[in-house]
Design a protein around this ligand. Structure first.
Ligand code: NAP
Length: 252
């Protein structure tokens, strides 16, 4: 039997939005894709079928990225299933209802930091263990999905979420240097106002339409536009890029 030499990618939070668009584009570009999600099994399964229809392999893994044991199990599953990991997209992330600082509780802040920051750290750690040349790996590429909020701070809306994205950017920078000699590139994207269901979780489903006129490009972005940048950063075309960030925010 011929050995499948297609690269393997893990996209966290791939059941909808930017993660879903990224998983689909990676499949179109010849990657086998591990679809991670935490709750929405029906949507994740529908994506797996779409990827299958493209003639590509997928692996569905339900795992909360903030749960260390679940993360280790997910990476082990990929290893057992395909025996390699070439690309990681740390896309899963949450925000909560818009609030000023006076409405923030320790529980809420910790939950956001736990998923957005600790979850990203854990996935990076497990990926590096498998990709690093010193461990016999073949190198690889990681893209962390940050946010324009890391630079704006999201006053009056999402201070805690913005701070979590700032932490992700710092991780991207430091880790990129730490693993550059291991054949691993680590980059970040900072989307701005993208049409996804995340804004409804913040309590304002039409947030992008409210804000779009204030953007230099005067429109919101589509998940596919973010996916294209992520997939480029993962590709060999970006072979000399590490520790860098692409702003995908319509000029903001
Ligand atoms: P979304 O539509 O809310 O999708 C989030 C995805 O993450 C879902 O697939 C969800 O899966 C998954 N997820 C949530 N918590 C998880 C956990 N603990 N473990 C594993 N998966 C989890 O979000 P999006 O708008 O596509 O955003 C994707 C990324 O882009 C996020 O990191 C977000 O911060 C960033 N971003 C988005 C925008 C924007 O305007 N949309 C702007 C800047 C940055 P389940 O439903 O199965 O839990």
């Amino acid at each position: 039997m011929a050995v499948n030499s297609s690269p393997v990618a893990l996209v966290t939070g791939a059941s909808r939005g930017i993660g879903r668009a990224t998983a689909l584009l990676l499949a179109k570009r010849g990657y086998r894709v591990c679809i991670n999600y935490s709750q929405n099994h029906v949507a994740a399964q529908a994506l797996a079928l779409e990827i299958e229809a493209l003639g590509q392999e997928s692996l569905l893994v339900c795992a909360n990225i903030a749960d260390e044991i679940a993360v280790c199990n997910m990476f082990n599953q990929i290893e057992h299933h395909w025996g390699r990991l070439d690309a990681l997209v740390n896309n899963a992330g949450i925000l909560q209802t818009q609030s000023t600082i006076e409405g923030l509780t320790a529980e809420r802040i910790n939950q956001i930091l736990h998923i957005n920051v600790t979850g990203t750290f854990l996935c990076c750690r497990e990926a590096v263990k498998r990709m690093a040349k010193r461990h016999g790996g073949r190198g690889g590429a990681i893209v962390n999905v940050s946010s324009a909020a890391a630079k704006s701070g999201s006053p009056f809306e999402y201070l805690d979420y913005a701070a979590s994205k700032g932490a992700m950017d710092t991780l991207t920078k430091g880790l990129s240097i730490e693993v550059a000699g291991e054949g691993i590139r680590v980059n970040g994207v900072r989307p701005g106002f993208i049409y996804t269901e995340m804004h409804a979780d913040g309590g304002e489903a039409n947030r992008v339409d409210r804000i779009k006129a204030s953007l230099p490009m005067q429109r919101g972005g589509e998940p596919e536009e973010v996916a294209a940048a992520i997939v480029w950063l993962l590709s060999d075309e970006a072979s000399y890029s590490t520790g860098s960030f692409l702003d995908l925010a319509g000029g903001k």
